[in-house]
Write a protein that binds this ligand. Structure first.
Ligand SMILES: C[S@@+](CC[C@H](N)C(=O)[O-])C[C@H]1O[C@@H](n2cnc3c(N)ncnc32)[C@H](O)[C@@H]1O
Length: 237
C-alpha cells in the first residue's frame, strides 16, 4: 500500500508495511510543489504507479530529473557553524581538520567545506550525484574533496584503511529504519577521532533532537540549536 506523506516528508517508520524493500528515506530540505519525499532502493514490482507519478520518488530518479535539486549553496546551519566554528566549539585550522559528510549528494556542503580548506570525504548512494561531485572537483581543481559512492546502511563504509575524521557533518539525511540509523551512527562514531564533533541538521518533521541524540552513543554530549523547522545538533565526546 502507498504511504501518504505530509508536506516536508514524513517517514513511514514501518519498513515491513507491504513488500517494498525500503532502503533509504530522506527529507527534502527544499521541497517543491509536487514532490516532498524520496526513497532510494529496489523498485516495487507490483502495479503501483511509478514514483514520478506520485509524491514518492527514488533518489536516482530525483537526481535524473534535476541533478542539483537543493541549489549550489550549503545548507544554512552548516554555513553558520563554519563561518564561526569556535563559537560552536569547533577548533582546529581547516587544513588540519578532516570531515566526513555522509549522504552528501552532489557535494553542495562537502565541496563548500573543502573550498574553505577542510579535508572532506563525501559518501553518497546515487552514482550520478557522486559523478556530478567528481566533475565539480575537477572543474574547481579542489583536490581536498573526495566523493565516494557508498550505502550508509551498509557498514563498514568503503573508506581507505585507517581513515579517521575530526568532524562528521550530516545534512538532511535520515535513514528510514532505526537499525540502519543506529548502524550508520555507530560507524560514524567508530570513524570519529577522540575529541571530535558531529554536526547534524535535518528536518523537524521526521525526527526530534531527543530522538537524534538517543540514536547515538549515550556518552555523546549534545548542544541543541534546533528551530521549529530544523533539528540542529552539535555533539562531542
Ligand atoms: C536530502 S538529500 C541531502 C543531500 C546533501 N546532504 C545536501 O544537503 O545537499 C539526502 C541524500 O542522501 C542520499 N542517501 C539516501 N540514502 C542513502 C544511503 N543509504 N546511503 C548513502 N546516501 C544516501 C540521497 O541520495 C541524497 O543525496
Amino acid at each position: 500500500m502507498w504511504t501518504t506523506f505530509d508536506c516536508g516528508g514524513l517517514v513511514d517508520p514501518d519498513p515491513t508495511d507491504g513488500a517494498w524493500p525500503w532502503r533509504a528515506a530522506i527529507v527534502d530540505p527544499e521541497p517543491d510543489a509536487t514532490v516532498q519525499y524520496h526513497v532510494a532502493g529496489p523498485r516495487p514490482t507490483d502495479d503501483r504507479k511509478t514514483p514520478v507519478e506520485t509524491t514518492d520518488m527514488y533518489w536516482e530518479d530525483r537526481y535524473a530529473m534535476n541533478p542539483r535539486p537543493f541549489g549550489e549553496e550549503p545548507t544554512g546551519f552548516i554555513r553558520d557553524v563554519f563561518a564561526a566554528p569556535a563559537a560552536y566549539g569547533i577548533h582546529g585550522t581547516p587544513a588540519d581538520t578532516s570531515i566526513l559528510c555522509p549522504g552528501d549528494g552532489y557535494g553542495r556542503n562537502g565541496l563548500w567545506l573543502a573550498r574553505l580548506g577542510y579535508r572532506v570525504t563525501g559518501l553518497e548512494l546515487v552514482r550520478s550525484a557522486v559523478e556530478d561531485a567528481r566533475t565539480r572537483v575537477r572543474e574547481d581543481d579542489c583536490a581536498n574533496y573526495l566523493p565516494i559512492q557508498a550505502d550508509l546502511s551498509r557498514t563498514p563504509f568503503p573508506l581507505p584503511q585507517g581513515s579517521g575524521f575530526d568532524l562528521i557533518v550530516s545534512a538532511w539525511v535520515h535513514l528510514p529504519t532505526e537499525p540502519d540509523r543506529r548502524r550508520c551512527n555507530t560507524e560514524c562514531l567508530r570513524l570519529l577521532r577522540e575529541g571530535g564533533s558531529i554536526v547534524i541538521v535535518t528536518g523537524a518533521l521526521v525526527t526530534s533532537a531527543v530522538q537524534e541524540a538517543d540514536e547515538w552513543d549515550p556518552a555523546m554530549r549534545w548542544t541543541d540549536f534546533s528551530t521549529p523547522e530544523e533539528i540542529r545538533l552539535i555533539g562531542s565526546r
